[in-house]
Design a binder for this molecule. Structure first.
Ligand code: PXL
Length: 542
Protein backbone atom coordinates (compact mmCIF):
# COMPACT_ATOMS: atom_id res chain seq x y z
CA UNK A 1 0.00 0.00 0.00
CA UNK A 2 1.21 3.48 -0.86
CA UNK A 3 1.28 5.35 2.43
CA UNK A 4 2.03 8.80 1.02
CA UNK A 5 -1.31 10.56 0.72
CA UNK A 6 -2.26 12.73 -2.17
CA UNK A 7 -3.66 16.15 -1.29
CA UNK A 8 -7.40 16.31 -1.98
CA UNK A 9 -9.18 18.90 -4.06
CA UNK A 10 -12.88 19.10 -4.82
CA UNK A 11 -13.90 20.29 -8.22
CA UNK A 12 -17.49 21.52 -8.09
CA UNK A 13 -18.28 21.92 -11.76
CA UNK A 14 -20.19 20.74 -14.79
CA UNK A 15 -19.97 17.61 -16.85
CA UNK A 16 -19.26 17.80 -20.56
CA UNK A 17 -20.78 14.82 -22.36
CA UNK A 18 -18.20 15.39 -25.08
CA UNK A 19 -15.31 14.78 -22.67
CA UNK A 20 -13.52 18.06 -23.34
CA UNK A 21 -14.21 20.67 -20.68
CA UNK A 22 -15.56 20.77 -17.14
CA UNK A 23 -14.92 17.82 -14.85
CA UNK A 24 -13.18 15.83 -17.62
CA UNK A 25 -10.52 18.52 -18.01
CA UNK A 26 -10.32 19.02 -14.24
CA UNK A 27 -9.60 15.33 -13.67
CA UNK A 28 -6.76 15.32 -16.21
CA UNK A 29 -5.21 18.39 -14.58
CA UNK A 30 -5.40 16.84 -11.10
CA UNK A 31 -3.76 13.67 -12.41
CA UNK A 32 -0.97 15.72 -14.01
CA UNK A 33 -0.16 17.21 -10.59
CA UNK A 34 -0.65 14.02 -8.62
CA UNK A 35 -3.47 15.31 -6.44
CA UNK A 36 -6.73 13.48 -5.75
CA UNK A 37 -9.80 15.11 -7.27
CA UNK A 38 -13.33 14.60 -6.03
CA UNK A 39 -15.65 15.39 -8.95
CA UNK A 40 -18.75 17.09 -7.58
CA UNK A 41 -21.38 17.61 -10.26
CA UNK A 42 -23.11 20.98 -10.09
CA UNK A 43 -24.55 20.91 -13.59
CA UNK A 44 -24.91 18.55 -16.51
CA UNK A 45 -24.35 19.71 -20.05
CA UNK A 46 -25.42 17.95 -23.19
CA UNK A 47 -22.70 18.91 -25.63
CA UNK A 48 -20.29 17.68 -28.21
CA UNK A 49 -17.24 19.23 -29.81
CA UNK A 50 -19.43 21.66 -31.74
CA UNK A 51 -22.20 22.90 -29.47
CA UNK A 52 -23.88 22.80 -26.09
CA UNK A 53 -27.49 21.67 -26.58
CA UNK A 54 -28.67 21.66 -22.98
CA UNK A 55 -27.52 22.70 -19.53
CA UNK A 56 -29.24 21.61 -16.36
CA UNK A 57 -28.09 22.39 -12.85
CA UNK A 58 -28.41 19.58 -10.33
CA UNK A 59 -30.80 20.35 -7.49
CA UNK A 60 -29.30 22.23 -4.55
CA UNK A 61 -30.21 19.19 -2.42
CA UNK A 62 -28.24 16.81 -4.64
CA UNK A 63 -25.28 19.19 -4.67
CA UNK A 64 -25.51 19.46 -0.90
CA UNK A 65 -25.63 15.66 -0.58
CA UNK A 66 -22.45 15.20 -2.61
CA UNK A 67 -20.57 17.71 -0.50
CA UNK A 68 -21.89 16.29 2.75
CA UNK A 69 -20.80 12.81 1.66
CA UNK A 70 -17.24 14.04 1.17
CA UNK A 71 -16.79 16.40 4.09
CA UNK A 72 -15.65 13.91 6.74
CA UNK A 73 -14.08 11.21 4.64
CA UNK A 74 -12.35 13.26 1.95
CA UNK A 75 -11.93 16.80 3.31
CA UNK A 76 -10.33 19.12 0.76
CA UNK A 77 -7.35 21.47 0.96
CA UNK A 78 -8.70 23.32 -2.04
CA UNK A 79 -12.11 23.71 -3.66
CA UNK A 80 -12.22 24.68 -7.30
CA UNK A 81 -15.48 25.81 -8.83
CA UNK A 82 -16.40 25.69 -12.50
CA UNK A 83 -19.86 25.70 -14.04
CA UNK A 84 -22.22 25.98 -11.06
CA UNK A 85 -25.56 26.25 -12.83
CA UNK A 86 -27.26 28.99 -10.82
CA UNK A 87 -27.47 31.25 -7.79
CA UNK A 88 -28.79 28.52 -5.50
CA UNK A 89 -25.86 26.27 -6.30
CA UNK A 90 -23.47 29.18 -5.65
CA UNK A 91 -25.06 29.61 -2.23
CA UNK A 92 -24.57 25.92 -1.39
CA UNK A 93 -20.89 26.15 -2.29
CA UNK A 94 -20.39 29.33 -0.23
CA UNK A 95 -21.97 27.71 2.84
CA UNK A 96 -19.66 24.72 2.54
CA UNK A 97 -16.59 26.91 2.15
CA UNK A 98 -17.50 28.59 5.43
CA UNK A 99 -18.19 25.29 7.21
CA UNK A 100 -14.91 23.78 6.07
CA UNK A 101 -12.95 26.91 6.94
CA UNK A 102 -14.32 26.72 10.47
CA UNK A 103 -12.53 23.34 10.68
CA UNK A 104 -9.22 24.22 9.01
CA UNK A 105 -7.44 25.94 6.16
CA UNK A 106 -9.09 25.79 2.77
CA UNK A 107 -8.24 27.62 -0.44
CA UNK A 108 -10.97 28.47 -2.95
CA UNK A 109 -10.26 28.77 -6.66
CA UNK A 110 -13.13 30.27 -8.61
CA UNK A 111 -13.23 29.80 -12.36
CA UNK A 112 -16.21 32.00 -13.15
CA UNK A 113 -17.64 29.96 -15.98
CA UNK A 114 -20.21 32.28 -17.46
CA UNK A 115 -20.30 30.88 -20.97
CA UNK A 116 -18.90 28.11 -23.16
CA UNK A 117 -16.26 28.89 -25.72
CA UNK A 118 -18.82 27.71 -28.30
CA UNK A 119 -20.96 30.69 -27.29
CA UNK A 120 -23.61 29.19 -24.99
CA UNK A 121 -24.43 31.27 -21.91
CA UNK A 122 -24.05 29.50 -18.59
CA UNK A 123 -25.04 32.18 -16.10
CA UNK A 124 -28.02 34.52 -15.72
CA UNK A 125 -27.89 37.86 -13.89
CA UNK A 126 -28.92 36.27 -10.64
CA UNK A 127 -26.03 33.81 -10.81
CA UNK A 128 -23.68 36.67 -11.67
CA UNK A 129 -24.82 38.61 -8.62
CA UNK A 130 -24.34 35.50 -6.47
CA UNK A 131 -20.77 35.15 -7.74
CA UNK A 132 -20.05 38.74 -6.80
CA UNK A 133 -21.74 38.53 -3.42
CA UNK A 134 -20.80 35.03 -2.28
CA UNK A 135 -17.77 33.71 -4.10
CA UNK A 136 -15.45 36.63 -4.85
CA UNK A 137 -15.09 37.63 -1.19
CA UNK A 138 -14.19 34.02 -0.32
CA UNK A 139 -11.88 33.38 -3.25
CA UNK A 140 -8.19 32.70 -2.81
CA UNK A 141 -7.78 32.96 -6.57
CA UNK A 142 -10.14 33.64 -9.42
CA UNK A 143 -9.28 32.82 -13.01
CA UNK A 144 -11.62 34.61 -15.44
CA UNK A 145 -10.78 35.38 -19.02
CA UNK A 146 -11.07 39.02 -20.00
CA UNK A 147 -14.73 38.82 -20.99
CA UNK A 148 -15.67 37.00 -17.77
CA UNK A 149 -13.76 39.55 -15.70
CA UNK A 150 -15.67 42.36 -17.37
CA UNK A 151 -19.04 40.63 -16.91
CA UNK A 152 -18.33 39.97 -13.25
CA UNK A 153 -17.68 43.67 -12.85
CA UNK A 154 -20.93 44.53 -14.58
CA UNK A 155 -19.27 46.21 -17.53
CA UNK A 156 -21.70 46.21 -20.42
CA UNK A 157 -19.27 45.91 -23.30
CA UNK A 158 -16.52 43.47 -22.42
CA UNK A 159 -14.64 44.01 -25.65
CA UNK A 160 -14.89 47.79 -25.66
CA UNK A 161 -12.98 50.55 -23.96
CA UNK A 162 -15.18 50.40 -20.89
CA UNK A 163 -13.66 47.07 -19.95
CA UNK A 164 -10.34 48.75 -19.44
CA UNK A 165 -7.12 46.82 -19.40
CA UNK A 166 -6.56 43.55 -17.58
CA UNK A 167 -4.51 44.98 -14.68
CA UNK A 168 -7.30 47.43 -13.94
CA UNK A 169 -9.92 44.68 -14.15
CA UNK A 170 -7.88 42.57 -11.76
CA UNK A 171 -7.60 45.42 -9.27
CA UNK A 172 -11.37 45.87 -9.36
CA UNK A 173 -11.93 42.16 -8.78
CA UNK A 174 -9.53 42.28 -5.84
CA UNK A 175 -11.60 45.23 -4.64
CA UNK A 176 -14.60 42.88 -4.56
CA UNK A 177 -12.70 40.58 -2.25
CA UNK A 178 -10.73 38.10 -4.36
CA UNK A 179 -7.30 37.68 -2.82
CA UNK A 180 -5.54 36.84 -6.08
CA UNK A 181 -6.66 37.19 -9.66
CA UNK A 182 -5.36 35.69 -12.86
CA UNK A 183 -7.05 37.02 -15.99
CA UNK A 184 -6.22 34.52 -18.68
CA UNK A 185 -5.38 35.90 -22.09
CA UNK A 186 -5.68 32.90 -24.37
CA UNK A 187 -8.70 34.39 -26.06
CA UNK A 188 -7.27 37.92 -26.23
CA UNK A 189 -4.87 39.29 -28.82
CA UNK A 190 -1.24 38.16 -28.79
CA UNK A 191 1.69 40.41 -28.03
CA UNK A 192 4.45 39.43 -30.42
CA UNK A 193 3.30 35.83 -30.47
CA UNK A 194 3.02 35.65 -26.70
CA UNK A 195 -0.14 34.79 -24.81
CA UNK A 196 -0.25 37.06 -21.78
CA UNK A 197 -2.15 36.34 -18.59
CA UNK A 198 -2.31 39.08 -15.97
CA UNK A 199 -1.47 37.63 -12.56
CA UNK A 200 -2.08 39.75 -9.45
CA UNK A 201 -1.37 38.22 -6.05
CA UNK A 202 -0.23 39.41 -2.63
CA UNK A 203 3.35 38.51 -3.63
CA UNK A 204 3.62 39.97 -7.11
CA UNK A 205 1.77 41.26 -10.14
CA UNK A 206 2.83 40.81 -13.73
CA UNK A 207 2.22 39.33 -17.14
CA UNK A 208 2.76 35.59 -17.41
CA UNK A 209 3.95 34.90 -20.93
CA UNK A 210 4.63 31.96 -23.20
CA UNK A 211 4.46 31.69 -26.97
CA UNK A 212 0.98 30.89 -28.28
CA UNK A 213 0.31 27.25 -29.09
CA UNK A 214 -1.36 27.17 -32.48
CA UNK A 215 -4.04 24.52 -32.24
CA UNK A 216 -7.75 24.22 -32.96
CA UNK A 217 -8.00 21.76 -30.05
CA UNK A 218 -8.37 24.11 -27.10
CA UNK A 219 -11.62 22.94 -25.52
CA UNK A 220 -11.26 22.94 -21.73
CA UNK A 221 -8.33 25.37 -21.53
CA UNK A 222 -9.90 27.55 -18.83
CA UNK A 223 -10.92 24.53 -16.73
CA UNK A 224 -7.41 23.10 -17.04
CA UNK A 225 -5.81 26.36 -15.93
CA UNK A 226 -8.04 26.75 -12.87
CA UNK A 227 -7.74 23.11 -11.80
CA UNK A 228 -3.98 23.20 -12.26
CA UNK A 229 -3.76 26.26 -10.03
CA UNK A 230 -6.00 24.51 -7.47
CA UNK A 231 -3.76 21.44 -7.55
CA UNK A 232 -0.65 23.59 -7.06
CA UNK A 233 -2.26 25.35 -4.08
CA UNK A 234 -3.09 21.93 -2.63
CA UNK A 235 0.58 21.00 -2.96
CA UNK A 236 1.37 24.04 -0.80
CA UNK A 237 2.41 26.61 -3.40
CA UNK A 238 1.42 30.25 -2.94
CA UNK A 239 -0.93 31.70 -5.59
CA UNK A 240 1.89 33.32 -7.58
CA UNK A 241 3.76 30.04 -8.00
CA UNK A 242 0.44 28.28 -8.59
CA UNK A 243 -0.09 30.68 -11.50
CA UNK A 244 3.33 29.82 -12.95
CA UNK A 245 2.70 26.08 -12.67
CA UNK A 246 -0.83 26.40 -14.07
CA UNK A 247 0.55 28.27 -17.09
CA UNK A 248 3.08 25.48 -17.65
CA UNK A 249 0.55 22.67 -17.31
CA UNK A 250 -2.02 24.43 -19.48
CA UNK A 251 0.43 25.30 -22.24
CA UNK A 252 1.55 21.69 -22.41
CA UNK A 253 -2.12 20.61 -22.38
CA UNK A 254 -2.67 22.81 -25.45
CA UNK A 255 0.38 21.27 -27.14
CA UNK A 256 -1.15 17.86 -26.43
CA UNK A 257 -4.64 18.89 -27.62
CA UNK A 258 -6.16 16.36 -29.98
CA UNK A 259 -9.06 15.96 -32.38
CA UNK A 260 -12.20 14.30 -31.04
CA UNK A 261 -15.41 14.92 -32.96
CA UNK A 262 -15.94 17.35 -35.81
CA UNK A 263 -15.25 20.54 -33.84
CA UNK A 264 -12.61 21.70 -31.42
CA UNK A 265 -11.00 18.80 -29.60
CA UNK A 266 -9.93 18.81 -25.97
CA UNK A 267 -6.68 19.94 -24.41
CA UNK A 268 -4.90 17.15 -22.57
CA UNK A 269 -3.18 17.92 -19.29
CA UNK A 270 -0.48 15.39 -18.44
CA UNK A 271 2.44 14.90 -16.11
CA UNK A 272 5.87 16.04 -17.24
CA UNK A 273 5.00 19.68 -17.80
CA UNK A 274 7.31 20.84 -15.02
CA UNK A 275 10.37 19.21 -16.55
CA UNK A 276 10.34 21.00 -19.89
CA UNK A 277 12.40 24.22 -19.87
CA UNK A 278 10.48 25.58 -22.85
CA UNK A 279 7.36 25.68 -20.69
CA UNK A 280 8.79 27.91 -17.98
CA UNK A 281 7.00 31.21 -18.56
CA UNK A 282 8.36 34.70 -18.24
CA UNK A 283 6.79 37.02 -15.69
CA UNK A 284 6.97 40.77 -16.22
CA UNK A 285 8.03 43.14 -13.46
CA UNK A 286 5.09 45.42 -13.96
CA UNK A 287 2.29 46.47 -16.26
CA UNK A 288 4.30 48.07 -19.00
CA UNK A 289 6.76 45.43 -20.00
CA UNK A 290 8.95 45.66 -23.08
CA UNK A 291 8.13 42.27 -24.51
CA UNK A 292 10.47 42.69 -27.47
CA UNK A 293 13.40 42.25 -25.10
CA UNK A 294 12.22 38.91 -23.81
CA UNK A 295 14.15 35.91 -24.83
CA UNK A 296 12.13 32.93 -23.74
CA UNK A 297 14.64 30.47 -25.01
CA UNK A 298 18.33 31.08 -24.43
CA UNK A 299 20.10 31.98 -27.64
CA UNK A 300 23.41 30.17 -27.80
CA UNK A 301 26.08 32.65 -28.75
CA UNK A 302 29.21 30.96 -30.03
CA UNK A 303 31.32 34.05 -29.53
CA UNK A 304 30.46 34.27 -25.84
CA UNK A 305 30.34 30.81 -24.29
CA UNK A 306 28.68 30.82 -20.86
CA UNK A 307 31.63 30.85 -18.50
CA UNK A 308 31.56 28.52 -15.57
CA UNK A 309 31.06 30.45 -12.35
CA UNK A 310 32.87 27.85 -10.24
CA UNK A 311 33.58 28.73 -6.63
CA UNK A 312 31.77 32.03 -6.17
CA UNK A 313 33.12 33.95 -3.20
CA UNK A 314 31.07 36.68 -1.55
CA UNK A 315 33.14 39.17 0.43
CA UNK A 316 32.65 42.62 1.93
CA UNK A 317 35.87 44.52 1.22
CA UNK A 318 38.53 45.04 -1.44
CA UNK A 319 41.08 43.53 0.94
CA UNK A 320 39.05 40.34 1.06
CA UNK A 321 38.58 40.44 -2.72
CA UNK A 322 42.36 40.41 -3.06
CA UNK A 323 42.68 37.58 -0.54
CA UNK A 324 40.23 35.26 -2.30
CA UNK A 325 41.71 36.08 -5.71
CA UNK A 326 45.16 35.21 -4.42
CA UNK A 327 43.72 31.97 -3.07
CA UNK A 328 42.62 31.07 -6.61
CA UNK A 329 38.97 32.16 -6.75
CA UNK A 330 37.92 33.37 -10.21
CA UNK A 331 34.38 34.65 -9.52
CA UNK A 332 33.86 37.07 -6.70
CA UNK A 333 31.07 39.27 -5.46
CA UNK A 334 31.72 42.46 -3.53
CA UNK A 335 28.78 42.89 -1.17
CA UNK A 336 28.80 46.13 0.78
CA UNK A 337 25.40 46.94 2.20
CA UNK A 338 24.27 50.55 2.38
CA UNK A 339 24.07 51.72 6.01
CA UNK A 340 20.85 53.24 7.27
CA UNK A 341 22.39 56.70 7.18
CA UNK A 342 24.98 56.72 4.39
CA UNK A 343 27.13 59.83 4.67
CA UNK A 344 29.68 61.36 2.29
CA UNK A 345 32.59 59.58 3.98
CA UNK A 346 30.90 56.23 3.48
CA UNK A 347 30.25 57.07 -0.20
CA UNK A 348 33.93 57.87 -0.72
CA UNK A 349 34.97 54.67 1.03
CA UNK A 350 32.51 52.60 -1.02
CA UNK A 351 33.86 54.05 -4.27
CA UNK A 352 37.38 53.25 -3.17
CA UNK A 353 36.45 49.64 -2.29
CA UNK A 354 34.79 49.16 -5.68
CA UNK A 355 37.67 50.79 -7.56
CA UNK A 356 40.26 48.58 -5.86
CA UNK A 357 38.12 45.45 -6.34
CA UNK A 358 37.67 46.15 -10.05
CA UNK A 359 41.44 46.60 -10.45
CA UNK A 360 42.23 43.42 -8.49
CA UNK A 361 39.76 41.31 -10.48
CA UNK A 362 41.18 42.65 -13.73
CA UNK A 363 44.74 41.90 -12.63
CA UNK A 364 43.78 38.29 -11.84
CA UNK A 365 41.65 37.78 -14.94
CA UNK A 366 38.69 37.13 -12.63
CA UNK A 367 35.02 38.12 -12.84
CA UNK A 368 33.75 40.61 -10.28
CA UNK A 369 30.05 41.11 -9.57
CA UNK A 370 29.32 44.21 -7.54
CA UNK A 371 26.27 43.86 -5.33
CA UNK A 372 23.66 46.66 -5.43
CA UNK A 373 25.55 49.86 -6.34
CA UNK A 374 25.27 49.42 -10.08
CA UNK A 375 25.44 53.02 -11.22
CA UNK A 376 28.57 53.69 -9.21
CA UNK A 377 30.05 50.32 -10.16
CA UNK A 378 29.53 51.13 -13.80
CA UNK A 379 31.19 54.53 -13.45
CA UNK A 380 34.17 52.84 -11.83
CA UNK A 381 34.62 50.35 -14.63
CA UNK A 382 32.81 47.27 -13.31
CA UNK A 383 31.33 45.03 -15.99
CA UNK A 384 28.98 42.92 -13.85
CA UNK A 385 26.59 43.45 -10.95
CA UNK A 386 24.37 41.35 -8.75
CA UNK A 387 20.90 42.56 -7.78
CA UNK A 388 18.14 41.22 -5.60
CA UNK A 389 14.57 41.17 -6.83
CA UNK A 390 13.36 43.84 -4.42
CA UNK A 391 15.99 46.23 -5.74
CA UNK A 392 15.11 45.40 -9.32
CA UNK A 393 11.44 45.90 -8.53
CA UNK A 394 12.16 49.24 -6.88
CA UNK A 395 13.99 50.46 -10.01
CA UNK A 396 10.74 50.59 -11.94
CA UNK A 397 10.41 50.08 -15.69
CA UNK A 398 12.57 53.10 -16.56
CA UNK A 399 15.30 52.16 -14.09
CA UNK A 400 15.45 48.60 -15.36
CA UNK A 401 15.63 49.83 -18.95
CA UNK A 402 18.52 52.11 -17.95
CA UNK A 403 20.28 49.20 -16.24
CA UNK A 404 19.89 46.96 -19.31
CA UNK A 405 21.10 49.75 -21.58
CA UNK A 406 24.41 49.92 -19.67
CA UNK A 407 25.26 46.43 -20.94
CA UNK A 408 26.33 45.40 -17.45
CA UNK A 409 26.17 41.64 -16.92
CA UNK A 410 23.49 40.85 -14.40
CA UNK A 411 23.33 38.26 -11.65
CA UNK A 412 19.86 38.03 -10.10
CA UNK A 413 18.61 36.37 -6.92
CA UNK A 414 15.59 34.05 -7.02
CA UNK A 415 13.83 32.15 -4.27
CA UNK A 416 10.64 30.91 -5.88
CA UNK A 417 9.23 29.91 -9.24
CA UNK A 418 7.76 33.31 -9.92
CA UNK A 419 11.06 35.01 -9.15
CA UNK A 420 12.81 32.66 -11.56
CA UNK A 421 10.13 33.41 -14.16
CA UNK A 422 10.69 37.14 -13.60
CA UNK A 423 14.50 37.04 -13.55
CA UNK A 424 14.63 35.52 -17.01
CA UNK A 425 13.05 38.58 -18.63
CA UNK A 426 16.30 40.47 -17.97
CA UNK A 427 18.61 38.02 -19.78
CA UNK A 428 20.78 37.48 -16.70
CA UNK A 429 24.33 36.06 -16.74
CA UNK A 430 23.13 33.78 -13.95
CA UNK A 431 20.22 33.27 -11.62
CA UNK A 432 20.95 32.49 -8.00
CA UNK A 433 18.86 29.77 -6.36
CA UNK A 434 18.63 29.93 -2.62
CA UNK A 435 18.73 29.38 0.18
CA UNK A 436 19.81 25.85 -0.65
CA UNK A 437 20.29 25.11 3.06
CA UNK A 438 19.08 27.11 6.08
CA UNK A 439 21.18 30.24 6.42
CA UNK A 440 21.83 32.83 9.08
CA UNK A 441 23.74 35.15 6.76
CA UNK A 442 20.44 36.69 5.67
CA UNK A 443 17.09 36.99 7.38
CA UNK A 444 14.38 35.87 5.01
CA UNK A 445 10.99 34.18 4.76
CA UNK A 446 12.09 31.53 2.30
CA UNK A 447 12.27 27.87 3.17
CA UNK A 448 15.40 25.99 2.12
CA UNK A 449 15.34 24.91 -1.52
CA UNK A 450 17.26 21.74 -0.83
CA UNK A 451 19.14 19.86 -3.50
CA UNK A 452 15.88 18.84 -5.17
CA UNK A 453 14.80 22.38 -6.00
CA UNK A 454 18.38 23.31 -6.88
CA UNK A 455 18.53 20.46 -9.40
CA UNK A 456 15.16 21.58 -10.77
CA UNK A 457 16.39 25.19 -11.14
CA UNK A 458 19.51 24.00 -12.94
CA UNK A 459 17.47 21.91 -15.36
CA UNK A 460 14.86 24.59 -16.01
CA UNK A 461 16.41 28.05 -15.72
CA UNK A 462 17.93 28.19 -19.21
CA UNK A 463 20.81 30.26 -17.77
CA UNK A 464 23.67 29.31 -15.41
CA UNK A 465 22.46 28.74 -11.85
CA UNK A 466 24.36 29.85 -8.77
CA UNK A 467 23.75 27.80 -5.61
CA UNK A 468 23.59 30.06 -2.55
CA UNK A 469 22.74 29.82 1.11
CA UNK A 470 23.99 27.75 4.02
CA UNK A 471 26.92 26.20 2.18
CA UNK A 472 29.26 25.61 5.09
CA UNK A 473 31.33 22.61 4.06
CA UNK A 474 33.18 21.01 1.18
CA UNK A 475 30.63 18.22 1.18
CA UNK A 476 27.83 20.70 0.54
CA UNK A 477 29.91 22.31 -2.22
CA UNK A 478 30.21 18.93 -3.89
CA UNK A 479 26.49 18.20 -3.56
CA UNK A 480 25.52 21.58 -5.00
CA UNK A 481 27.87 20.99 -7.93
CA UNK A 482 26.33 17.54 -8.46
CA UNK A 483 22.94 19.20 -8.79
CA UNK A 484 24.21 20.92 -11.91
CA UNK A 485 24.97 24.35 -10.43
CA UNK A 486 27.32 26.44 -12.55
CA UNK A 487 28.57 28.20 -9.45
CA UNK A 488 28.51 27.54 -5.71
CA UNK A 489 28.61 30.37 -3.17
CA UNK A 490 31.05 30.49 -0.34
CA UNK A 491 30.55 33.17 2.30
CA UNK A 492 31.20 32.23 5.92
CA UNK A 493 32.90 28.99 4.92
CA UNK A 494 35.79 31.09 3.54
CA UNK A 495 36.84 31.71 7.14
CA UNK A 496 39.61 34.07 8.19
CA UNK A 497 42.19 32.76 5.80
CA UNK A 498 40.94 31.95 2.29
CA UNK A 499 44.42 30.74 1.38
CA UNK A 500 43.69 27.75 3.63
CA UNK A 501 40.00 27.15 2.91
CA UNK A 502 39.73 27.83 -0.80
CA UNK A 503 41.89 24.96 -2.14
CA UNK A 504 39.87 22.36 -0.22
CA UNK A 505 36.56 23.92 -1.27
CA UNK A 506 37.73 24.08 -4.85
CA UNK A 507 38.67 20.43 -4.74
CA UNK A 508 35.29 19.46 -3.26
CA UNK A 509 33.59 21.37 -6.04
CA UNK A 510 35.64 19.53 -8.66
CA UNK A 511 34.75 16.19 -7.05
CA UNK A 512 31.05 17.09 -7.22
CA UNK A 513 31.39 18.19 -10.84
CA UNK A 514 33.06 14.99 -11.94
CA UNK A 515 30.68 12.70 -10.01
CA UNK A 516 29.38 10.00 -12.31
CA UNK A 517 25.79 10.75 -11.38
CA UNK A 518 24.02 14.08 -11.35
CA UNK A 519 21.41 14.46 -8.62
CA UNK A 520 17.90 13.60 -9.72
CA UNK A 521 15.66 16.38 -11.04
CA UNK A 522 12.27 16.14 -9.29
CA UNK A 523 9.03 15.97 -11.29
CA UNK A 524 7.91 19.12 -9.48
CA UNK A 525 9.81 21.54 -7.25
CA UNK A 526 8.61 21.91 -3.66
CA UNK A 527 7.11 25.17 -2.35
CA UNK A 528 9.66 27.60 -0.95
CA UNK A 529 7.33 29.98 0.85
CA UNK A 530 4.77 29.12 3.53
CA UNK A 531 1.45 29.56 1.79
CA UNK A 532 -0.47 32.53 3.05
CA UNK A 533 -3.81 30.81 3.40
CA UNK A 534 -2.32 28.18 5.66
CA UNK A 535 -2.61 25.24 3.28
CA UNK A 536 0.29 22.98 4.04
CA UNK A 537 0.53 20.51 1.26
CA UNK A 538 3.03 17.71 1.05
CA UNK A 539 4.69 18.50 -2.24
CA UNK A 540 7.80 16.44 -2.16
CA UNK A 541 8.29 16.14 -5.86
CA UNK A 542 7.98 12.39 -5.49
O1 PXL B 1 -14.80 26.15 -20.48
C1 PXL B 1 -15.83 26.38 -19.62
C2 PXL B 1 -16.67 25.19 -19.38
C3 PXL B 1 -16.81 24.73 -18.10
N1 PXL B 1 -17.55 23.66 -17.78
C4 PXL B 1 -18.20 22.97 -18.73
C5 PXL B 1 -18.12 23.38 -20.05
C6 PXL B 1 -17.33 24.51 -20.39
C7 PXL B 1 -17.22 24.93 -21.78
O2 PXL B 1 -17.69 24.33 -22.67
O3 PXL B 1 -18.73 22.68 -20.98
C8 PXL B 1 -19.01 21.79 -18.34
Amino acid sequence: MNVSRRPIIWSIAGTDSGGGAGLSADQRAADAFGVHLCPVVAAVTAQNSQAVTQVQAVSPALLEAQLAALADDLPPLVIKTGLLGGAEQVAVVARWVDRLRARGPLALVVDPVLGASTGASFADNEALAAYRRELLPRATLITPNRAEAARLLGLSDPSGAEAGDMPALARQLQGLGAESVCITGGDSADHQGLVLDWLATPQAAGWLALPRVETPHSHGTGCTFASSAAAALALGFVPTDAGVLAKMATTQALQFGYAAGQGRGPVAAAAGFANRPGLLPALSWGERADFSRWRLTPVPDATAPQPDLGLYAIVDSATRVVQVLQAGVRTVQLRIKTPTLPDAAWQTELAEEIRQSVAAAEAHGARLFVNDHWRLARELGATAVHLGQEDLQALGEAGRAELLATGLQLGISSHSLWELARARTLAPAYVACGPVWPTQTKDMPWRPQGLDNLAWWCAMAGVPVLAIGGILSGEQMALAARSGASGVCAVRVLGDDPAVTVPALQQALDVGRSAAQRLRVPALPHPSLASLHGVQGNATGK
